[in-house]
Structure formats: C-alpha cells, structure tokens
Design a protein around this ligand. Sequence first.
Ligand code: C2E
Ligand code: MG
Ligand code: MG
Ligand code: MG
Length: 292
Amino acid sequence: GRKTSNRKSGSVYNPNMHTYLKETMLSEMNLRRGLDLNEFQLHYQPQVNCRTGEVIGFEALLRWQHPERGLIFPSDFIELAESTGLITPIGEWVIREAVKQISEWNKMGIENVTVSINLSPRHFLHHNLPFFLEQCIQEARIKPQRLVLEITENVAMEEQSAVTSRIKLLKEMGYSVSIDDFGKGYSAFIYLKHFPINEIKIDREFISELGSNMQSIGIVQTIIHLAEMLGLRTIGEGVETKEQWDILKQLGCSQLQGYYFSKPIEVNQINELFHKYGRGGKLLLPSASKVL
Ligand code: C2E
Ligand code: MG
Ligand code: MG
Ligand code: MG
C-alpha cells in the first residue's frame, strides 16, 4: 500500500530507479549490439617528431557512435568491456580497422606513418593475439613495422613472465611495443627492468606541469635520459603549449602528441590535412609550421 512505498522512497532502491538504471547504464548487451551494428569508430591523433614537428604517425583512439546518446568516449565503456571480456572482440575490431586504414593511407601515397593502438592487458596476453595480428597484416599487405602496440602498467605484474615473453614474441614478429602513461603508476621502473619494450609514453600529468614545476622537469629529464640509455623512444603525451614543446625539445624527447598539434580526429579530417598541408606523403601541421 501507500505507507510502504512512502517509507521506501527514502531508501537507496526504488522501482523507478530500476527503470532508470536499465535505460541509462551501458550494459554488456548494449556493447555487444554496438559492436555487431558497427557503431564503433577510430579517431586518429597525430604524433610528431619533436625536433622537426613533422607527423610521423597516429594513435588510434576508440569512439562509440551511439544512435541515441551520440559519441561515447572510452572512459565510459572500456571498464565494462574489460570486465565482460568483450574487450577482446572489440580490440580485434580495432586492430582490423587500424590495419585497413594503414593500407588505405599506403594507397594514397602516405607510406611511412605508424599507427599506435591501445591493447587491454587481457587482450595483450590472449593466446590468439599474435595469430590475429599476422592474419590482419597479411590480408591488408602491410608491414608489422607500421604498428605500435600500447600497453599500460595495468598489465598484471603477477604475470610478469607471460608479459615478457609476449613482448619478445611480438617484437620478433616486427611490431613495436610501447608503455602508455609511463610514470603514472608505481611500477614504472620495474617495467623498464623486465620488459624489452621499444617506447615510453611519458604520462600527460608530468607534461602538463612542465612550465610551472621544477620537479616535473627533473622527472621528465630523468625518464628521457633513462630511455636513451636503454635505447628506447620517448613520446610526450598531452602537449598543449609551445612552451611544453620547447622544454621537451631541449630535454631530447623523441616524439610528441597532444592538443597543441591536434585533437584526435576522424579519418576524413586527417586526409584533409594531408590534402592541404601534405607534401609527398609528409605532413607538417599548421600549429607546428608557424613556429618553426
Ligand atoms: P591513452 O591511450 O593514454 O590516450 C590518450 C588520451 O589523452 C586520449 O583520450 C586523448 O584524447 C587524450 N589527449 C590527447 N592529447 C591530449 C591533450 O593535449 N590534453 C588532454 N587533456 N588530453 C589529451 P581518450 O581518447 O578519451 O582515451 C582515453 C583512454 O582510453 C586512452 O588513454 C586509452 O587508455 C583508452 N583507450 C582508447 N582507445 C582504446 C582502445 O581502442 N582500446 C583500449 N583497450 N583502450 C583504449
Ligand atoms: Mg594510448
Ligand atoms: Mg596515454
Ligand atoms: Mg590513459
């Protein structure tokens, strides 16, 4: 009766909320449907050579174009994808799509760019990953050297030896392996000690403090020196200002990525940039060329 429902309205759960959750929360079913209906897309963010400003590659970033909710960013669905295991089929979609795009760009005369993709820890250790990659690049006739595989520190430290042998295998196959968000977690240096990676992406947090915080300059300088000694490339993530670029150039960082150069954008916008500013497959973005 009425009394019970009055009392219940003060509690955490009420029947209306149930409908609300059903309608607003992304569910495993939504995700699977999104994948089946091809609602995912990749946006590409340019990565530039730190010395010259020239575009040398792109990071592929996943977006979900939902029919009712519009564009959904990875922060709103990657965790769900990971916990349900859908991250592996989604990751396979990402690989297939990125490889096709590299092949498209090759056909357009854009031949030396790399594409970085983000792999979840679970997918990175999946037994089928090396076979899947091989199959995709053979079908698209591209070289493994064009692909960079990014993993984060979330790759379980308990599975150190599995991760190490997986990295070794993928490197032998010709792929590059990169540690994303380097310095954000606690195990950064253990990574360098154990994992034979090719590249370090310096976490955005350090980059954002470069102009104002001496400690951050020191930390970034140390990471870059260490990387140099180990023969690894460095990418500064989240570069938003010319000042940050200048400091990273002085510190000897290899590559940069960030809103200063470009946000992640759709393929046709990337192609437009090549059309407008490209010369013989090379590309200097307006924000990079005006300061050189
Ligand atoms: P991430 O791999 O570290 O990617 C960089 C994130 O920083 C992207 O956010 C990018 O849009 C953002 N970013 C780039 N430059 C700037 C900048 O100058 N300033 C600021 N404030 N942000 C910048 P996004 O696209 O929302 O992706 C978030 C995270 O989601 C990624 O972080 C990555 O961990 C994950 N992710 C994205 N795509 C995939 C995917 O295909 N698979 C998996 N497993 N994870 C993905
Ligand atoms: Mg990344
Ligand atoms: Mg990152
Ligand atoms: Mg991240």
